[in-house]
Design a protein around this ligand. Structure first.
Ligand code: GLU
Length: 441
């Protein structure tokens, strides 16, 4: 049987670390199994779903390299859900209810005051046709609930192991709203069933939905897929937005994160494998195993993402960046990449090397600089030039360490930090260095 998974975002916002992780895990599993990855847009909530979010989700998925084998939009399948609801009504598993939200609220409060759980009392199940007529006359439209069978619902979850839930602890879920719109629970099961999804991989906030859905797949004659419910991610409150401007994928992208940094971290987070800086998917696909997922919520920390991003950048070949670094050449990239935190930093260094530098130094420091400029080794220059120059400088000055190299760094770059001077010298070239050291007189 071919594995088929689906990633099912609701287009009510852009992709963020939490749901992208679900996408990545589904994608890795599909690729590992030679299976099919379906992108399902859960857009039945017409008020909150927006086409620009659907487009944004697709764009972010492409940017991440999470290409999909097929795509479905629930808004185009409403007829399928209606037919499924009809079939459930015929079986006596879907029943009309007329309570208003206010009435349901009163009911829950009464239950609470008697110490009872807030489970729907199934009053509507007992309504006769004669009792329903006055409601209809008042213009009340029914919503429909799924009649749960009173049994223990059990499944073998690929992450959580055996899960058992008693149906009697749950309210019969609403599957059709008053306006006839299907609720996610129904639409999702009809899609999984009709589109032959074999594995449902998602966050553990869906575990109680899964219990209901198990009965629903069966009632509609579908095979129950295998479930894998992942522990959720947690973040240190506020830190994400402060550091990087939000945890949605667009902000990470705007902040200079590489797609593979996001994939490397979120493909491993919450598992027993360490998140390492990978520049392609293969090691993540090869090592994927549901048995490695933990049950405790995993910490998502954007500082870790930044670290992984840096490490990937530092190994990245020129071919991987040449398109986005228009105008910058390979020798420059290779000498600069180990010193940058974000791809954008390259541009800054390009500017340092190609534009005029303003160095804030005093007369004493300029005096030192001018005295050592005469000691510069002759061209051609390479990475050994800096050490040769230093060896010539040291006997001529009492300056040591920072006192010695900081004025040189400032005169050459205008900054206190940056690439190693031994790499910078050959990039600048003798003429440019002489010119920068000659300033201040
Ligand atoms: N649209 C649902 C969500 O985003 C999908 C849940 C599922 O995977 O079944 O939570």
């Amino acid at each position: 049987m071919t594995v088929k998974v689906r990633f099912a975002p609701s287009p009510t916002g852009y992709l963020h670390a939490g749901n992208v992780r679900t996408a990545i895990v589904n994608w890795l599993f599909a690729r590992k199994m030679g299976g099919h990855f379906l992108l399902r847009i859960d857009d039945t909530d017409l008020e909150r779903s927006k086409p620009e979010y659907t487009l944004g989700i697709e764009e972010d998925m492409r940017w991440l390299g999470l290409l999909w084998d097929s795509e479905e939009h629930q808004s185009t399948r409403l007829e399928r859900y209606r037919l499924a609801a009809d079939a459930l009504v015929k079986q006596g598993r879907l029943y009309a209810c007329y309570e208003t939200p206010e009435e349901l609220d009163v009911q829950r409060k009464m239950q609470a005051s008697r110490g009872l759980p807030p489970i729907y009392n199934r009053a509507a199940l007992k309504l006769t046709d004669e009792q329903k007529t006055p409601f209809e006359k008042q213009g009340r439209r029914p919503h429909y609930r799924f009649l749960l069978q009173d049994e223990e619902i059990v499944w073998e979850d690929l992450i959580r192991g055996r899960v058992a839930m008693r149906a009697t602890t749950m309210s019969d879920p609403v599957l059709l709203r008053e306006d006839g719109a299907p609720v996610y629970t129904l639409a999702s099961v009809v899609d999984d069933g009709e589109l032959a999804v074999t594995h449902v991989i998602r966050g553990e906030d869906h575990v109680s939905n899964a219990a209901v859905q198990v009965q629903l797949y069966k009632a509609l004659g579908f095979a129950v897929p295998q479930f894998a419910h992942m522990a959720l991610l947690k973040t240190k409150d506020g830190e994400l937005s402060k550091r990087i401007g939000g945890n949605d994928i667009r902000s990470l992208r705007a902040a200079g994160m590489l797609p593979m940094a996001v994939i490397s971290l979120l493909g491993r987070i919450g598992t027993s494998d360490a998140a390492l800086p990978y520049s392609d998917f293969q090691p993540l696909i090869d090592s994927f195993d549901f048995g490695k997922f933990g049950r405790a919520p995993a910490n998502y920390d954007v500082a870790e993402l930044e670290k992984i991003n840096e490490k990937i950048l530092h190994q990245l070949p020129f071919s991987a960046v040449s398109q986005s670094l228009n105008g910058i050449d390979e020798p420059f990239w290779l000498s600069i990449r180990a010193n940058i935190k974000k791809l954008d930093d390259v541009r800054q260094w390009w500017d340092i090397l190609n534009e005029s530098v303003v160095a804030d130094l005093n007369a004493d420091e300029w005096g030192f600089i001018h005295s050592v400029s005469g000691l510069l080794p002759p061209a051609p220059w390479d990475e050994a030039t800096w050490d040769a120059w230093l060896a010539a400088i040291k006997p001529t000055t009492p300056r040591k360490g920072k006192e010695l190299f900081m004025p040189l760094r400032l005169a050459l770059t205008g900054r206190e930090h940056g690439p190693e001077l031994k790499k910078l010298l050959p990039l600048l070239g003798r003429e440019q260095v002489m010119q920068r050291l000659g300033k201040g007189q």
